[in-house]
Design a protein around this ligand. Structure first.
Ligand SMILES: [Zn+2]
Length: 250
């Protein structure tokens, strides 16, 4: 692949790993410097290999990569933050994998996408280390990732009459627009709590993004809406999302 130097170092999150043959793995890195990079990692089955553990899924680290005729191989790997431990439960693990799939879908090889990487790393932190309520972190990640990827909804006011607030407003997944109760022509009914949470996720500064709470039943409702929104807007089936939906606590 053009553009890579013979030897370079990136900081990256491992978002996918695939076994190739006996002891090789193809690792997908979401890097700060160059977006998505696919590189081989050897010695995965060798426990003594430092590289093996540092190139595991959900590890954020520093990776030195050698480029030999376009074939990239991880030469050195040093973990900085590991987001998956033995204590992680299946709901948290599957949601973490979904965040990795979102990152892979929304980022591009060779291009910096630092805001998306920052979002994914912070969401993994609050999900796995701070143990925030998983549906709320899911909703924050989906809606903010949608904004970064160019699928921002317009939540300012009713797009017909301009009314800013109503007891219940209606959100349409197809075009990401709001309608008041008088102008509605369908859409999902959302109350003031959900609407203000959605506005916060879309419009707040990043430093304030995670600093709000809503009741758990509202967070679940919100997470359903944002999941449907991202699926409809991207017209993409996220297999890790489907798995998460099949195993999450009801
Ligand atoms: Zn209206």
């Amino acid at each position: 692949m053009a553009g890579y130097e013979n030897r370079f170092t990136v900081e990256a999150l491992v978002i996918k790993e695939m076994k190739i043959g006996e002891s090789d793995r193809l690792v997908t890195l979401f890097s700060r410097e160059q977006g998505i990079i696919k590189a081989f990692a050897s010695g995965a089955k060798n426990i003594k290999s430092k590289k093996g553990s540092a190139t595991s899924l959900l590890t954020y680290g520093s990776f030195t990569i050698k480029n030999k005729n376009g074939s990239l191989r991880i030469y050195e790997a040093t973990p900085i933050n590991v987001f998956f431990g033995a204590g992680s439960d299946i709901e948290i693990l599957s949601l973490s994998q979904y965040f990795c799939e979102l990152a892979g879908e929304f980022s591009v090889s060779g291009e910096q996408n630092t805001e998306l990487l920052r979002l994914i790393l912070n969401s993994l932190h609050f999900l796995t280390k701070e143990k925030h309520f998983p549906p709320l972190i899911k909703a924050i990640t989906e809606l903010r990732a949608a904004v970064l990827a160019g699928y921002a909804p317009d939540l300012v006011a009713c797009d017909e009459c301009g009314k800013f607030e109503d007891g219940i407003m209606y959100f349409t997944l197809e075009n990401g627009a709001l309608r008041c109760s008088e102008c509605k022509t369908g859409g999902i009914a959302i109350d003031r709590t959900i609407l203000s949470a959605m506005r916060h996720i879309v419009y707040s500064k990043f430093s304030k993004l995670y600093s709000f709470t809503i009741p758990q039943d509202k967070a679940k409702q919100l997470a359903d809406i944002t999941g449907h929104y991202i699926t409809m807007q991207t017209d993409h089936r996220f297999h890790t999302l489907e798995f998460y939906e099949s195993i999450k606590e009801q």
